[in-house]
Design a protein around this ligand. Structure first.
Ligand code: GDP
Length: 312
């Protein structure tokens, strides 16, 4: 994570059982990210132990996949309307959305709910028609249904041009056409690289990091997960936490975490565009901005309408 990598940040959304988990597992497997992970990092084990003690954490749902020279951060989103506020905050961290739809079932209530949120956030969408191996799959009809749903939900002209990839996550195949499947996940990765915008290059500007989700563990205390919008953040740096009430508190960053595959790993430095976790600030809250000590420039606080710590 030290060297600069091209980055894509996407949220994955789907109705339950349409194949999100299977697809992300397949993409991880195909990219070799799991294999890299096995040699790279003992610290990943520590994190694992911590997580075992604490039970499942919200961070387990962030997945970073290295595909060639690109790091693709995939954020899982709960499909249920009870988590509406959380879905919105997750979508603030990403530039695009990967909508998975079952090629037999078609659009379902949660497809509609999460797609509406993504379109409202002006995210660039792409669609994966999954389960095309099902004998009664009807991919072309379902693509038409998806298009109708986009129109109904008020997608703009750019969003209506969404690319479609066809896949069997179960069999590990994908393609640009439903009839022509590659025995790889390349068509899905290539569609992401081509159509989902990269974060803006703002590495040389003063730091701006916004906390989107909170976590906690006994070893490092409170942890804020979010996106670095501008600049760089290093372990040991003095930073200014811009509080919700308008006050400012200076802090030192004690630890930074990035993601490899499904694991959270300690890193020394994070830069603009990346999604990371930070510790060292016990008074950190969702929506607050961590800034350069000399450039106090908070981002607007997003709407928050449910508890921020979801133990799943
Ligand atoms: P999620 O709820 O969206 O994460 O869905 P899962 O990935 O857990 O998949 C739900 C079910 O659909 C599981 O039984 C999977 O094995 C199955 N499934 C996922 N992808 C495919 C596929 O491409 N083809 C078929 N036939 N089944 C699939």
């Amino acid at each position: 994570m030290q060297e600069h990598k091209d980055i894509r940040n996407i949220a994955i959304i789907a109705h339950v059982d349409h194949g999100k988990t299977t697809l992300v597992d397949q993409m991880l497997h195909y990219s070799g990210t799991f294999r890299d992970n096995e040699n790279v990092d003992d610290r990943a084990m520590d994190t694992d132990d911590i997580e075992k003690e604490r039970g499942i954490t919200i961070l387990a749902k962030n997945t970073a996949i290295n595909y060639g020279d690109t790091r693709i951060n995939i954020l899982d989103t709960p499909g249920h309307a009870d988590f509406g506020g959380e879905v919105e905050r997750i979508m603030k961290m990403v530039d695009g959305v990967l909508l998975v739809v079952d090629a037999y079932e078609g659009c379902m209530p949660q497809t509609r709910f999460v797609l509406k949120k993504a379109l409202e956030q002006n995210l660039k969408p792409m669609v994966v028609l999954n389960k095309i191996d099902r004998p009664n799959a009807r991919p072309q009809e379902v693509v038409d249904e998806v298009l109708d749903l986009f129109i109904e939900l008020g997608a703009d002209d750019d969003q209506l041009e969404f690319p479609v990839a066809y896949a069997s996550a179960l069999q590990g195949t994908s393609g640009y056409e439903s009839e022509e499947q590659d025995e790889t996940m390349d068509p899905i990765f290539e569609t992401i690289l081509k159509h989902i915008p990269a974060p803006e290059e703002q590495t040389d500007e003063p730091l701006q990091f916004q906390v989107t989700l909170l976590d906690y563990n006994d070893y490092v205390g409170r942890i804020g997960v979010g996106r670095v919008y501008r600049g760089k953040m290093k372990v040991g740096d003095q930073v200014a936490l811009m509080k919700k009430d308008g006050s400012v508190k200076n802090h030192r960053i004690t630890k930074l975490f990035g993601f490899i595959g499904l694991k959270r790993v300690e890193i020394e430095e994070a830069e603009a565009g990346d999604i990371v976790a930070v510790s060292g600030m016990e008074d950190l809250n969702v929506g607050e901005t961590v800034c350069d000590v000399n450039h106090h420039d908070p981002l607007p606080i997003p709407r928050i309408d449910e508890p921020t710590l979801q133990m799943r």
